[in-house]
Design a protein around this ligand. Structure first.
Ligand code: IMP
Ligand code: MG
Length: 179
């Protein structure tokens, strides 16, 4: 099993690049069908989604547009949770068919706060495409419509996902080796 060390932790390959690429193409074919003639607007969530968004967007054969947002969380001192604010959503979302592109839906907190902000701008439709979901970790009412892979509740790096800033460049997806 191929292993890497990122910072102080050891990771092993969980999904190899061919498996990932093949799945991305399958999702692309589905989006081609679902969004033909609708000129959808993809909104990638930085930083983590940049590689998935790039791969997914370039396998599309339909007319489509893409933009990116960066979400900033302000953690409060209490447990009331974070407020997410979008930086850089300049496109007019009104009456557009919007697909949010995420690296992973973990607890669902980020999207549970970002989706209402997009909905407030009256898109024609709003869907989520997430490279990964961790169903066991989900705490908020967020459901991805297009999912690359459902994974167990273990920390992963690679394919855009980081561990303290490192590991995004790994082409395969790696899972933390426990213990
Ligand atoms: P959520 O708001 O709990 O759904 O978490 C979303 C964000 O947490 C993701 O966009 C990632 O940036 C980060 N995240 C969650 N799980 C992992 C992981 O296993 N590896 C790397 N980043 C993760
Ligand atoms: Mg993210």
């Amino acid at each position: 099993m191929k292993k890497v060390t990122v910072h102080d932790k050891e990771f092993e390959v969980y999904l190899d690049r061919d498996t990932i690429w093949s799945r991305v193409q399958t999702i692309g074919r589905q989006l081609d069908i679902d969004y033909k003639g609708l000129n959808p607007l993809f909104i990638g969530v930085l930083n983590g989604a940049f590689i998935f968004a790039a791969d997914l967007f370039r396998v599309l054969n339909i007319e489509a547009e893409i933009s990116f947002v960066k979400l900033t969380s302000y953690e409060g001192t209490s447990s009331t949770g974070a407020v997410v604010s979008a930086i850089g959503l300049k496109e007019d979302v009104k009456d557009r068919h919007v697909i949010i592109v995420e690296d992973i839906v973990d607890t669902g907190k980020t999207l549970s706060e970002f989706l209402p902000q997009v909905l407030a701008q009256s898109p024609a439709s709003l869907k989520i495409a997430s490279f990964l979901t961790k169903p066991e970790a989900l705490k908020h009412d967020v459901k991805a419509d297009y999912v690359g892979f459902e994974i167990p509740n273990k920390f992963v790096v690679g394919y855009g996902l980081d561990y303290n800033g490192q590991g995004r460049n790994l082409t395969d997806l790696y899972q933390l080796v426990e213990g």
